[in-house]
Design a protein around this ligand. Structure first.
Ligand code: FES
Length: 174
């Protein structure tokens, strides 16, 4: 190997070796690395705080339909009448879920007699009292559940979502 080609080889090796170092330094400074910036899971956009309803508008077993975090994402808000996982309000029984089935995006139907959501496409069923737990069917993920807050006036706010809305790479669209 000539001196010239050996020099180029060493330069190239040093560049390759320092690539990860540079990425690590960027990561420590809070500046996204190239890989982070292009990851579909890298969104850091905050969830909106959106008023959904007032507790006075709810009745046990009757759901309200609306959207969150944007108009393309239908949700179901309901008062179960019994304590629920992540339930909001004085009785911890107010819950809200994405309306889209986690299997293939079917639009779910709430069944008050069982407190569950049933998908009309392949019959996956999700338990509203257990945080949207899949209880039967082909879906492998639980139903995304909204994080709710109730203020002193009884206004119910959505402030986030646990789980990924069907069909999205991130819940907040850019
Ligand atoms: S789309 Fe809901 S079970 Fe298949």
């Amino acid at each position: 190997m000539s001196d010239l080609s050996r020099r180029n080889f060493l330069k190239l090796s040093a560049g390759i070796a320092c690539g990860p170092c540079a990425a690590n330094v960027l990561s420590q400074t809070g500046i996204p690395t190239e890989a982070e910036a292009h990851s579909p899971f890298a969104t850091t956009l905050p969830y909106p705080r959106k008023k959904l309803a007032n507790v006075n508008e709810l009745a046990v077993g009757k759901e309200l339909s609306m959207t969150y975090p944007d108009r393309f994402s239908p949700i179901s808000l309901l008062k179960l009448g019994r304590r629920a996982v992540n339930g909001a309000g004085a009785d911890h029984d107010i819950v809200a879920f994405s309306r889209y089935c986690t299997h293939m995006g079917g639009t779910l139907i709430y069944r008050p007699e069982s407190g569950s959501y049933r998908c009309p496409l392949h019959y996956a069923t999700f338990d509203a009292a257990k945080g949207g737990l899949i209880v039967i069917g082909q879906a492998t993920d639980n139903l995304p559940q909204l994080d709710l807050e109730v203020d002193g006036k009884g206004d119910i706010y959505a402030v986030g979502i646990k789980g990924l809305i069907y069909g999205r790479q991130a819940n907040i669209l850019t």
